[in-house]
Design a protein around this ligand. Sequence first.
Ligand code: CTP
Ligand code: MG
Length: 225
Amino acid sequence: MRDRRVIGLVVAAGAGERAGGGVPKQYRRVAGRAVIARACDGLAAHPAIDAVHVVIGAGQEALLAEAFGGNPPAWTIGGATRRDSVRAGLAAIDGTIVLIHDAARPFLPAAVVDRLLAALDDADGAVPALPVADTLARGDAALGDTVARAGLNRIQTPQAFPLPLIRAAHAAWPEGEEATDDAQVARAAGHGVALVAGDAALDKLTTADDIARAEARLAARLVSR
Ligand code: CTP
Ligand code: MG
């Protein structure tokens, strides 16, 4: 496409409550480089991506600068929910296509970006997905009903959309209702979102254990960089 400008939008305004540990998880270092910097590296290194913009929490400016050794990408202040942060970011960027990505996913295989951009030729949006492998069941202390897992997917980020389309979809989403990702917002606005093959390396760091596992994966060279 001529005049195509692809922006990577990395949302990093969360508090990282489930991971604990004082500093929000996206600013923690894994093998010497901050998680948010790794998430941005994967986008910035891709030849089809023209610029990276991050959304940080109010008061996280110093953490951002430190994560990038004093040379951070362009940034905007986010909001109380992931969706508020995405909207703040969408309002701050200029481009034709946006890849919305969680800062808490430090490893991004270039092939996933290739698949997302290719899928946008035929769809209004594209997201990485992995089939659910474990048995799914309801329950708290005691085991409840098993939930059929056939046809169920784990949806990852980055999620790719034409910028005007996802802006309009967010404007149409009910105020005050949280969305855990942007594909559900696009779909609710009537758009067709394609699933492309995701990658286990893209799994989100949610708990302190996940951060320790990310260290171990790098040490074992199961992921690069
Ligand atoms: N995020 C954001 N703004 C928020 C909440 C979340 O930009 N108000 C971002 C997080 O920084 C993260 C991504 O959205 O990169 C996915 O969210 P999640 O894994 O839930 O991170 P946190 O909200 O920080 O963690 P927790 O829910 O455990 O507090
Ligand atoms: Mg959260």
